[in-house]
Ligand binder design. Structure first.
Ligand code: CP
Ligand code: NVA
Length: 303
């Protein structure tokens, strides 16, 4: 039997996402109503973190607990991974003792190697190239606020990073368009994009990319693992911020999203992230609900 992993956004079909969105809605309602729901009793999630996290750790750990299961946190410093145990060996051992594994690491090749040796489903909790759980939560949040995302325009301002590549995959699955604006020298890596370029357009001018958008989103200028480039990036990205002028170019009811953590005064002004169009707290909360639906689906299959 082939094991279903969730390593990239494109690993699930539109049909599966529609099912999961409905499950996430139901699971969220149960949580809000304090209704116990324990489909994963006696099941164990192992979480491997090679980078820092607040939201991803909290949402997976709390989510697994709320579903009746247990979550175990491992990081590089305290596990043998930090002392050079091969990722393939770690995957075989961890997957014999658990039902599902979440991995946050550096290169995407690392999680692919891990998944190839795992007996249980592996979820990507962020790699340098992809952050599918976050973009799934973002799409869910958009649908909650505005209905279907099909045919809509999402504007991405900033770095060509893991979030962007997951947004580009989401655009293909859900059939919407992404207006992308990245500074020169921080261009889209076309090796990470499918051959279908019909779902995105690149703009040299970030304000032009916002024209008529239904959602404007951005992320840190310097992702984890690239900290030594921070000073150079701050100069290069200075105009690639989201401010009220750019939001005024978007549709009047446009939403603003940011996966967090955010830097007010860098990629977004306080006025925008703390303003009425921002849904960043819903976006963060929805990590919990969509990931619970995902955990249930990957461990048990369709319920
Ligand atoms: N958005 C997100 O993944 O946050 P953390 O790095 O805190 O997990
Ligand atoms: N692009 C950011 C996302 C953090 C959640 C990073 O990789 O650091």
């Amino acid at each position: 039997m082939t094991i279903k992993h969730y390593l990239q956004f494109s690993d699930l079909t539109l049909f599966e996402y529609e099912y999961l969105i409905e499950r996430a809605r139901i699971i969220k309602q149960k949580f809000k109503n304090y209704e116990p729901y324990h489909p994963l009793q006696d099941r164990t999630l192992v979480m491997v973190f090679e980078k820092s996290s607040t939201r991803t750790r909290l949402s997976f750990e709390a989510g697994m607990h709320q579903l009746g299961g247990t979550a175990i946190y491992l990081n590089t410093r305290d596990s043998q991974l930090g002392r050079g145990e091969p990722i393939e060996d770690a995957a075989q051992v961890m997957s014999r003792m658990s039902d599902i594994i979440m991995v946050r690491t550096f290169g995407h090749d690392i999680i692919e190697r891990f998944a190839a040796y795992s007996r249980v489903p592996v979820i990507n909790g962020l790699t340098n190239e992809h952050h599918p759980c976050q973009v799934f939560a973002d799409v869910f949040t958009f649908i909650e606020h505005r209905g279907s995302i099909k045919g809509k325009t999402v504007t991405w301002i900033g770095d060509a990073n893991n979030m962007l590549y997951s947004w580009l995959q989401a655009a293909e699955v859900f059939d919407f368009h992404v207006n992308v604006s990245t500074p020169k020298g921080y261009d889209i890596d076309y090796r990470l994009v499918s051959s279908d370029h019909s779902h995105f357009t690149h703009f040299d001018n970030p304000a032009d990319a916002c024209e008529g958008a239904h959602l404007v989103t951005t992320d840190v200028w310097t992702s984890m693992g690239f900290e030594e480039e921070n000073a150079v990036r701050k100069k290069a990205f200075a105009n690639w911020n989201v401010d009220t002028d750019k939001m005024h170019r978007a549709a009047p009811d446009a939403l603003f999203m940011h996966c967090l953590p955010a830097h007010r005064g860098e990629e977004v002004t306080a006025e925008v992230i703390d303003g009425p169009q921002s849904v960043v707290w819903d976006e963060a909360e929805n990590r919990l609900h969509v990931q619970k639906a995902l955990l249930e689906y990957l461990v048990k299959g369709t319920v």
